[in-house]
Structures are given as C-alpha cells and as structure tokens.
Design a protein around this ligand. Structure first.
Ligand code: C5J
Length: 222
C-alpha cells in the first residue's frame, strides 16, 4: 500500500514493497580534507554537515526494511576505467590516482575512497563502485534493481548537482520514480544545490520529487 509523502511538486506515493534507498558517494574523498573534492579547490566542510541527516535516513530505511544501496565514485588501481579526459580535467592539486594524504585519490581500496564510518554500509546492503558520475554507467545496478523488482528510488548523498542529479536522471529515464531527500544531500555550492532541487521537481516532477527527511519520518512512523 502506498504512503503519501508530503513532497514537491506534489505528494509522492511511496510503496515500501518496491523502494530502495540509494546513498550516493558519502566518501572521505568528497567530505574530508585531502581528498578529491578538496583537491579541486572545494570547501568540503559544507558536506560534513549533512552526515547526521544521512545517518538518520539510513536508520529509517533499516527500521522499515528497505533495500539499501551505497555508491562510491572510484577507479581501478590501474586507472583503466578512468578516461584521460576525466583525469586531466580541472586545475586539481592532486589528480585521480595520485598519492594524497588519504592514499591514492579516488582509487578503489584506498582509505580516502571509503564511505564515512557514520554512514557506512552494514551487512546485507549493496555497494556499487562506479567510475562515472551516474550510477548506471558501467555498473550492474540495473540488473540488481530488476532482480529486486524495485520501481522507486529514494536518493541521498553528494554532490547534489553532480553524482546525485546524474544518477537520478539516469534512473528517471529508466522508468524509476525518484524522490530526493532535500536535507540529506549537499553540494559544495548552495546555489547549485537549490538550482538542482528546482530543476528536478520543475514541470510536474520532470525528474522526480523532493522532500525533507521529516516528511518521510512523519508519514511512515507517526
Ligand atoms: C563529483 C560526486 N562531484 N560524487 N562527484 O565529482 O558528485
């Protein structure tokens, strides 16, 4: 049975039998000093602020028995899945694969590539390593979701207008109904976060819906 979540641009009919939570790239490489995000010149402290809200959302999903997926933006140690155009982009102090204070930047298995302890996966949850911004590109997530019979995705994570929005658009094009939790996502740039939220829900939810975590908690548990 669907539960109405107070969302924008209108209520989201959440079907808990068919939903999965997707937490995008809550990695040290994006949130902590010395990682990929900082190497591109970003103020990473903005991202740290949402960690308790993402943890609260994870706790809700676990209590409710939802499927949970965590993604990591990451590359193989030999960088064979990192296009030169991605590695050379920007004016980074450290590039993908370079040795940084938390190990090699954005490389699988390195300390900096790990998901933050406060929002780390637990047994039974699915972790997807993705070489691109979107979670469907060069991953097996489509097969996993099809096997589960998932039709709805609740999104959280970082950064709102890059990996979160790209993944949400990919999912929308594949027929999933998507809800982004507004206070469980963050950008290095407040104006980009707000613009991404507005774009997603514009034109009658052209990409999907947005709602604060409190709206989910209220609808599901009060
Ligand atoms: C970025 C991401 N911003 N996870 N990655 O490069 O959004």
């Amino acid at each position: 049975m669907a539960v109405a979540i107070a969302a924008e641009p209108y209520a989201f009919a959440l079907d808990e039998a068919s939903v999965a939570l997707v937490v995008i790239d809550m990695q040290r490489d994006f949130v902590e000093p010395g990682g990929f995000g900082a190497s591109l010149g970003n103020d990473v402290s903005r991202l740290e602020a949402i960690v308790p809200t993402v943890a609260r959302l994870l706790a809700l999903a676990r209590r409710r028995g939802w499927r949970v997926i965590h993604t990591r933006e990451s590359h193989r140690p030999d960088l064979s899945d990192c296009p030169p155009a991605k590695r050379s982009r920007g004016n980074a102090t450290l590039r993908i694969g370079d040795e940084g204070p938390m190990g090699r930047i954005l490389v699988q298995g390195e300390p900096g590539n790990a998901i933050l302890a406060a929002v780390a996966p637990i047994a039974g949850e699915t972790v997807i390593d993705k070489p691109g911004k979107g979670m469907f590109y060069a991953t097996d997530i489509a097969d996993i979701l099809a096997k589960w019979g998932t039709t709805q995705l609740v999104f959280a994570g970082v950064t709102t207008e890059v990996c979160v929005q790209t993944s949400m658009r990919e999912a929308n094009d594949r027929g999933f109904e998507c809800l982004l939790v507004e206070d469980a996502t963050q950008s290095y740039f407040e104006e980009f976060k707000q613009a991404a939220l507005a774009m997603i829900r514009a034109q009658g939810a052209i990409v999907g819906w947005t709602a604060p975590l409190s709206a989910l908690e209220k609808a599901l548990e009060s």
